[in-house]
Structure formats: structure tokens, C-alpha cells
Design a binder for this molecule. Structure first.
Ligand SMILES: C[S@@+](CC[C@H](N)C(=O)[O-])C[C@H]1O[C@@H](n2cnc3c(N)ncnc32)[C@H](O)[C@@H]1O
Length: 130
């Protein structure tokens, strides 16, 4: 949502598993739609409730994952899914770096989150999988 507020994106999509959090995101979108400055941008935002492992996001060219709490199989499976995306796709992860040689690390930076300062990794999918 923040990305769609700042940049002129064609499509911005948020995926959340938990119904309450999905609902909270929809409420924020609703609030934003009342601000005329964001009228055009809001139409590009779609919010889906579901498991990102089961949702097709193969059209994405920039992905943000707040990965702090992702460990074990979920983290492994999402990385496997990301490797299948189009070469050049940029993935920003918070707290954890994608640990596959299929990605090139573009930048590491620090950003302020509600719980403190977190590390953000900006990685790009290489053209030829390793
Ligand atoms: C660190 S929180 C990030 C919350 C918020 N989306 C953000 O970026 O600030 C990670 C979120 O991932 C959600 N999540 C965990 N597994 C998921 C899955 N398989 N599919 C979709 N969302 C999932 C959790 O419910 C949790 O809200």
C-alpha cells in the first residue's frame, strides 16, 4: 500500500493469511480511498487473503516480504517459489537474506520498523538459475 501511494504502479498486491489482518488492511485501503490525493493510486491495490504459497504472483516484478518470523519449511518453500519468477525480479526481505545463489544481493540497508531497526536485503533474481 505504501509503495502504491508513492509510486505510479500498475498493480500492487498484498497477501495475508489471517482474516483479521486482511480485514485491517482493507480498512486502511478504505481510509486511503477517502483522500482525494490517492484516488488514482488506490485502484491499483488489491488485497488477497490466503496462503502465499498457493497464490500465483508470477506477474510480480517487485516483491516485499516481511520475513522476520519466517523459519523452517515456510521460509524454504517461499524461496523455492521465488526462484521460479521471471529473471530480474527484485525481492526485498526484512531480517533475512534469501540464501540461494540464484539471487544477487543489490543492497543491504536498515529501516525503522515498529519494533526497532531492521535489516532489509534487496536481491535480484539472476537470468540463469544456478
Ligand atoms: C512479520 S508479519 C508482517 C505483517 C505485515 N504484512 C507487514 O508487512 O508489516 C508476517 C505476516 O505474514 C503472514 N503470513 C505467515 N504465513 C503466511 C502465508 N503462508 N501466506 C500469507 N501470509 C502469511 C502472517 O500472518 C503475518 O501477518
Amino acid at each position: 500500500m505504501a509503495c502504491a501511494m508513492v509510486f505510479d504502479v500498475e498493480k500492487a498486491c498484498g497477501i495475508e493469511l489471517f482474516a483479521n489482518l486482511h480485514q485491517a488492511a482493507n480498512q486502511q485501503k478504505q481510509k486511503l480511498s477517502k483522500n482525494s490525493a490517492y484516488e488514482k493510486n488506490i485502484s491499483s491495490i488489491s488485497l488477497l487473503q490466503g496462503n502465499f504459497l498457493k497464490i500465483d504472483f508470477s506477474d510480480a516484478n517487485l516483491i516485499f516480504i516481511n520475513a522476520t518470523g519466517f523459519i523452517g519449511p515456510i521460509w524454504h518453500k517461499i524461496q523455492e517459489k521465488l526462484i521460479q519468477l521471471s529473471p530480474g525480479t527484485v525481492i526485498i526481505t526484512i531480517s533475512k537474506k534469501l540464501n540461494s545463489n540464484d539471487f544477487t544481493l543489490q543492497k543491504t540497508t536498515h529501516i525503522e520498523m515498529s519494533w526497532g531497526i531492521a535489516t532489509a536485503y534487496i536481491q535480484q533474481l539472476k537470468s540463469t538459475p544456478t
